[in-house]
Design a protein around this ligand. Structure first.
Ligand SMILES: [Zn+2]
Ligand SMILES: [Zn+2]
Length: 230
């Protein structure tokens, strides 16, 4: 059986991932903080009873994407515009719905794309994988194919989810439009924060490591310190 997980490659990229994790965490903190301020600015918050009932009225107990019934242990709070450095979504009314964990996980592929080709937003892109524009290897197209094997039914269902979500977001267009207007400048600041976060992590970690490991203790061969063999 061929190995699908490349352990060596995973270990090789571990340092890079740690550096990105720090930077991504900073971006997430910024977006959460900004969400609080935006909620105050527009006097509407996710925690409002009126917002919760609006989501319930629009989607009932169904996933906002695939319309399947939600179960207690398979539900995720879903940000239509993902809260990351590419999508810059906020935790504010109009951007938060409820989805099944499967859709929530599958949508990450679109959310993590620096540039989207199928649509302008991550959620619209996710619902645009109707097998007509992607290559045969597209995992998201394959996901929707599994949900609705019949192509006509699939296209109708994806279109209906798009229409429903657009209608839902219309009710919160003030905050959403505000976000659109600030997207470009926020994107520049977030990219800067991301790069600064990475440089800070590398610099400070290097400094502390050099303080802990004195030059005379360093491996004379100049390589990294290795764990002694048990
Ligand atoms: Zn779903
Ligand atoms: Zn696709």
């Amino acid at each position: 059986m061929p190995l699908s997980f490349d352990t060596a490659a995973y270990l090789r990229t571990a340092t890079g991932r740690a550096k990105s994790d720090v930077a991504n965490k900073l971006v997430s903190m910024l977006l959460h903080h900004l969400s609080k301020e935006v909620s105050t600015l527009f006097g509407e918050s996710i925690t409002d009873t009126s917002y919760r009932s609006s989501v319930a009225t629009h989607f009932g107990n169904l996933c906002a994407y695939c319309s399947h019934s939600l179960d207690f242990d398979r539900v995720a709070v879903e940000h239509l515009d993902g809260m990351n450095r590419f999508r810059l979504g906020l935790h504010v009314p109009g951007n938060v719905v409820v989805a099944c964990k499967k859709c929530n996980g599958e949508k990450r592929r679109d959310d993590q794309q620096p540039t989207l080709v199928l649509a302008n937003t991550g959620w619209e892109s996710f619902l645009s994988h109707d097998s007509s524009r992607c290559g045969s290897g597209c995992k998201t197209c394959a996901y929707w194919m599994g949900v609705w094997p019949d192509i006509d039914q699939r296209r109708r269902a994806l279109q209906s989810a798009l229409t429903k979500l657009k209608g839902f977001r219309e009710g919160y267009h003030v905050a959403i439009n505000w976000m659109e207007q600030h997207r470009q400048s926020l994107s520049r600041s977030v990219e800067q924060l991301y790069r600064d976060g990475q440089s800070f992590a590398v610099m400070e970690i290097g400094k502390i490591v050099r303080e802990v490991i004195k030059p005379q203790e360093a491996n004379p061969a100049g390589g990294s310190l290795e764990c002694p063999v048990a």
